[in-house]
Structure formats: C-alpha cells, structure tokens
Design a binder for this molecule. Structure first.
Ligand code: GCW
Length: 688
C-alpha cells in the first residue's frame, strides 16, 4: 500500500513485510478481510519478489493463511487445525515441516494472524513452532476521536488534539483524504484495534447532523475502514430529537422520542449495516442528558440501547458525570465521588447492549490517580474502561511520556486485593477504549515517539498482561529496525542485532521507558493532580484551578497539602472501595506514597514510607524530574546518527521544549511550596 506522501509509515514500513514478501504464500478463505490479507501479501510480494495464491493451492508454500472452513485444507494446515473453536478474532499460529500456518475461524482472525507474522519477521519462518492459540482479551478495542467537524472556537478541530487537524474532518466538511483514513485503519488493525468513534463526545451543532442528513460522511469512513475490520461508532447528542427537527422533547420515556430514535437508527443501519453504535456524554460539562426530564442515566442509556438492539449495536454511555459548577468553598462536594454516586445505584438497570464507559481514575486522566471505584461496583453492568492516549494531562505530545506502565498498573489493579480479579479480568471480554492521539500531522501523533502509545494501547487491549518494555521493543523493531526484530513481547528468543540497532534500542528505552514517572516527578506531587494552566491544561499553574468551580483542588496552606477523602474526617470517598482498599486508602500509615495527597491532607513534615518528608519529597522529585528531562535530551542528541534526520530534528526540538517546561514546573512547584511552608531544602539547592 502506498502512503500519501509525506506521511510517516509508523509501525508498518515496507521493510516490515520483507520476510513475508520474499516467500510463497497461500491464502484460503472468502470474505472482505481475507481479501485484505491477500492484497497485503500481494503488495509485499510485488516489492520483495515472493508470490501469493488465493483459493487453489499448488504447492509448495512457505506460509498458509487459511480459514478453518476452507476445503480442503492443505496437509500441514489440516494437521494443526484444533478440535475446538478458535473464536471470532482469534487464530492459531504454528510451523511444521517448513510451512508456517495461520488458521482462523473468521477472516478477522486471518488479518490479526498476518500481522503477527509481520511482527515476527524472519523468525516466523525459522525452526518449528508448536500450535499457539491467540485471541483478544477485550472484545472491543476502541479509539474515541474527539474530532470536531467544524473548527470549535475554543477547542479547535480536535478537542485536546496535539497532532494537527483531524484526519476525518476539516472546516466543517470531510477532509477527503480517504487514503489516509485507510492507512490509519491498517495501522490500527496491525496493533489490534477494531473500533473507532469518529467525532467528539462533545457534540456541537454541526456534528449532531452526522446522525441524520450528514450520515453519508460517516458511511464513507466506514467503507474505507471496513476492510481492516474497524467498526465505526458515532458520538450523538442526547438532545438529538430536539436539535434535528424531531419531537420537541428528548425525554427518554416519551413514546414519540422512542419512535424517533428507532426510525433514525434504522436509517443509520440502512447506510452502514455493520455500524457499531452510539457514544454518549450526557449531563456532563454542559452536554444535554436525561436529568433535564427528571430521568436517570439508566432511562437515558436504555432509550438508545433499545433503538440499537435489533441491529446488534451498542451504546457506550460515559460515566464521566459530575458537577462542574461547584462552589469551591463547599468542602463536602467531592468530584472524585461523582461517578460512583451517580452510577453504582443503577447497577442492574441497564439493557444488555449498554456499555458503561468509565474513565480509569475517579477524576480526570491525571498522571496519577487511584483506579475508579466504579469498576468494582457494577457487577451487573457491561463496562468499558477509558484511557487517554492523547496526552492532555501528560505533556500534550510535546513531552515524551510513554503511558503503558500506567495502563498496566490500572489493568492489573485488584479491587478486592490479592486473589481477587484484576481490572483486565473484570472488563475481560468487554471493552477497552482510548481517546485517540492521532491527527493529520505527518507523524500521525505530533511527537513521533507518541506513536508508541497508540501502538501499545492496541497491544494491551489484546493482551493486557504484556510487559510495557516488551511492547516498546516490538514497536521499536517494527518502526525503526524492521529487519532485526527482538520480539520479546512474543516470548521468542532474541536474535543478535547489530551494534547500531542495539544502541538505538537502548537509547529509546532510556528516553521512553521511565518517562511517565519522570513526568510525574516534575508535575503535581503525590497524586494531588492538576496544578495545570486552566483551559489548555499545558504547563504549571499551581493555584490555577484552586478557586474555580471545577472541583479539582489541592488545599495547600502554610501547614500542609492534600485532599482529605477519608470516611473519618473527609469526603468519605475511600468508602467507595471494597476492602482491602477502603481500609488501605483510609489509613495514613498504609496509603501508598504516590497517592497520599489524593486521599489525605497532611502536614509538610509528614514522613512518607520512603523515609522522606512530604516537603523534601516535593523538592527532590522536582529537581530529579527536570534533570531526567535534560538527560533524555542528551541521550537523544548523542543518537543523532541512528535516526532519520527529520524525525531526529523534530524530536530534538520537542525535547528542548520538554526541558524548558520541566524546569518551569520544577521552579513553580518548588517555589510555591517553599513560600507556603517556609521549610528550606535540606540539600540547599536554589529555589527561586
Ligand atoms: O478531560 C476533560 C477534557 C475535556 C473532555 C472531557 C471528557 C471531551 O478537558 O476536553 O471533553 O474531559 O472526557 O468528556
């Protein structure tokens, strides 16, 4: 596939297909996605001299990609066919007698199997391989685009977008570059993503029309994404009937409203038969919702679910509901409590095709938050966990911040303690949703190294237990050194790379591997959150949100800092967790250091488990974090010869900005707390 110039190929450079493209492949199976698999291989063969057959299979073959329903399956493929079902998107990978086999029950499995072979490169064609069964942990692995069709006067083309404009929309119209959208679908399929929503959850006037008279624009996107197994979803306004010329009310219990949604939804499926469903942000930050009619969120979600049900569609109903007009003087209102307080009582009331979409933390995508208690509180409700791939609060794609270590902690969190299920298991078979970090920038994600977050999102949604460092290796190998993969994420032996590729890997690990913790060190301390500039949320402003209606406070005074969320003396938020966490978070002694100020208000002299006082920890981490940014830049500068010069130059410029901003954070946070507390730095460093 030829990419529209000058778009960066990300993790699918042509070289990544060399191993397949130089061999003899047989593709057995019908259907659109099997056709995609054939075309991918054919394209690779045209470049690298191999050949591909589809249907009838004169041997010999090096690679057979076959549906289990294909008759007859050639010898080796027949031998590795498992006795039981492989499952919707799964595949079996094996190698015997010099033939590599991918078997799948459905064409989607063939596509994911093909990309597995791409990841393995030459290793896919060496030695023998016992049959391995691969299937995704999450049924839906979805990216939400916060893309506006019109340029929003405040938020622009993409809300919280840091990679240029939208790849779908521009100035009120479709952007029209469907080749780019197709290339995006291909990248997503290669990391395992199978669904996207194509517009912002804040649905403004123009965007509301995508549901009705501008449905053709959505159908055009669905058409180019379909060959890569990507289902299209749409964010809709709860007030759609009112704003699109239907009934004068959007009351979910009104008969005319129900009929209106049924009719509209029928037309959606006429245009897009495999349409995924609706995404809804209701009664949140000014978006309309069922509260206006005295109804609750189960009433609201079920209305849309009922309309989608005949077609197998789903509603992603967001749990991000809180009072964004609170009085900062009111210490009893706690934004962290809001999602649980609104939704936990509704457990069991949602229709089967409602998926409650819960942000991973109780507040709002901060660099450090506890896991949302809603996830453990809704056993009778289908759940999606929402992660923010776009780096709104983690450096806005100007800072390197490799997020998978945070996501791994979220997915591995056990709400009932050791021995209980973890978040990935709780949501297992359900949905993992990420807010996309992609735009029309030539590197897709603005910061070229932010591509790794997108790639890793898909890979973690497929296999949540994967080590983030192994995913990083996979991404590095595909993107930068496709000829010499290390393949550690697949558990394969590591072949010797050249000294140069080893240096390249070491450089990227040094810069990216710990970058989330580095970012945490130079920004808001110990889980307290925010301290960002209001509005755009970039850079430090310690009191920026302190006296605002948004509910995000740190309560620093001359004696101490932090939010008391205990049951004993605070907002009672700790009580939303089951034991042991309700007790661990309640207890000043047991609360993990990194979340201390999320749960407790403590004096500056409070001694952490680490042995340091809170104030000294603030100074130490801020000096260390800013130094780590300087060190990352130094490593990058040293590695100039290892990367494409224009990519290198782009990252270098961004690292300059990261260093500048990290030092600004360091100085503002340190100065602020020194002035509040009057406690000097034990090590006598300069605090402005
Ligand atoms: O983090 C906040 C963002 C808003 C966003 C909102 C949400 C789309 O600042 O820009 O709106 O979350 O998740 O709905």
């Amino acid at each position: 596939m030829t990419l529209p110039d000058p778009v960066h190929p990300a993790w699918l450079p042509p070289e990544a297909f060399r191993a397949i493209g130089s061999r003899r492949t047989l593709v057995l199976g019908d259907g659109l996605l099997a056709g995609t698999v054939h075309d991918e291989v054919a394209d690779a063969c045209a470049r690298h001299g191999g050949r591909v057959r589809r249907g009838a299979g004169d041997g010999p073959h090096d690679l057979v990609l076959a549906l289990t329903t294909a008759e007859p399956l050639p010898g080796v493929a027949g031998e590795v066919r498992p006795g039981s079902a492989i499952g919707a998107e799964g595949y079996v990978l094996a190698r015997r007698d010099g033939v590599t086999v991918v078997l799948a029950d459905e064409p989607a499995g063939l596509l994911y199997g093909l990309f597995h072979v791409v990841r393995l490169g030459e290793r896919a064609f060496a030695g023998e391989r016992q049959a391995e069964h691969h299937r995704p942990a999450m049924r839906r692995r979805m990216l939400d685009h916060w893309d506006n069709v019109d340029v929003h006067p405040v938020m622009g083309q993409v809300e919280r977008g840091y990679a240029g404009g939208s790849i779908f929309w521009r100035d009120g119209a479709p952007r029209g570059d469907l080749a780019r959208v197709r290339a995006y679908g291909r990248l997503l399929a290669a990391c395992g993503v199978n669904a996207i929503s194509v517009n912002n959850v804040n649905v403004h006037a123009t965007e509301a029309h995508l549901l009705t008279d501008r449905l053709g624009d959505v159908a055009a996107l669905a058409d180019v994404l379909r060959p890569y197994g990507i289902g299209v979803h749409l964010s809709v306004s709860f007030a759609s009937p009112v704003v699109l010329g239907g009934p004068a009310t959007a009351d979910p219990l009104d008969e005319d409203v129900r009929k209106w949604w049924a009719g509209v939804t029928e037309r959606v499926y006429d245009a897009i038969p495999d349409f995924g469903g609706y995404v809804v942000k209701a009664d949140s930050e000014g978006q309309p919702g069922p509260f206006a009619y005295g109804r609750d969120h189960a009433d609201g979600a079920n209305l849309l679910a009922e309309a989608l049900e005949p077609y197998g569609g789903v509603v992603h109903w967001r749990a991000f509901v809180y009072n964004h007009r609170q009085d900062w003087r009111d210490r009893s209102t706690d934004r962290a409590r809001a999602a649980y307080d609104h939704f936990a009582p509704l457990d069991g009331r949602f229709r089967d095709n409602v998926i409650l979409q819960v942000k991973h933390g109780p507040v709002d995508f901060q660099v450090r938050e506890p896991v949302s208690p809603v996830i453990a509180a809704m056993p009778a409700t289908r759940l999606a966990v929402e992660l923010q791939v776009t780096q709104e609060y983690t450096g806005q794609q100007r800072h390197v911040c490799y997020l998978p270590p945070m996501w791994r902690e979220v997915l591995g969190f056990r709400p009932w303690g050791d021995g209980g299920a973890d978040v990935a298991e709780l949501v297992g078979g359900g949905d993992l949703v990420g807010v996309s970090n992609v735009g029309d920038d030539p590197y897709w994600t603005g910061h070229p190294l932010a591509q790794a977050n997108l790639y890793a999102f898909g890979r973690l949604a497929w296999t949540p237990g994967t080590d983030p460092a192994a995913i990083l290796d996979e991404w590095i190998d595909l993107t930068f050194t496709p000829a010499t993969p290390s393949g550690t994420a697949n558990g394969d032996a590591e072949p010797a790379g050249t000294a140069e590729t080893e240096r390249l890997r070491r450089t990227l690990h040094a810069i990216m591997g710990g970058s989330w913790r580095t970012y945490e060190r130079y920004t808001a301390p110990l889980g307290v959150g925010f301290m960002v500039r209001p509005g755009h949320h970039y850079g430090p402003d310690v009191d920026g949100y302190e006296y605002t209606p948004w509910g995000t406070y740190h309560f620093a005074d001359r004696d101490g800092v932090g939010v008391d969320r205990t049951r004993a003396t605070g907002t009672g938020f700790t009580g939303q967790y089951p034991p042991p966490w309700s007790q661990v978070y309640e207890s000043l002694d047991r609360c993990p250091d990194e979340l201390l100020l999320f749960f407790h208000h403590v004096p500056y002299g409070h001694v952490l488990h680490s042995g340091s006082t809170v104030i000294q920890h603030i100074y130490d981490t801020h000096f260390a974090g800013a130094e780590e940014a300087v060190e990352a830049r130094r490593r990058w500068q040293e590695a100039a010869g290892l990367f494409d010069p224009s990519l290198h130059a782009r990252v270098e410029r961004l690292l300059d900005e990261q260093v500048r901003c990290a030092e600004e954070w360091r100085d503002q946070v340190n100065a602020y707390f020194f002035r509040k507390s009057g406690v000097p730095d034990l090590r006598g460093r300069r605090i402005p």
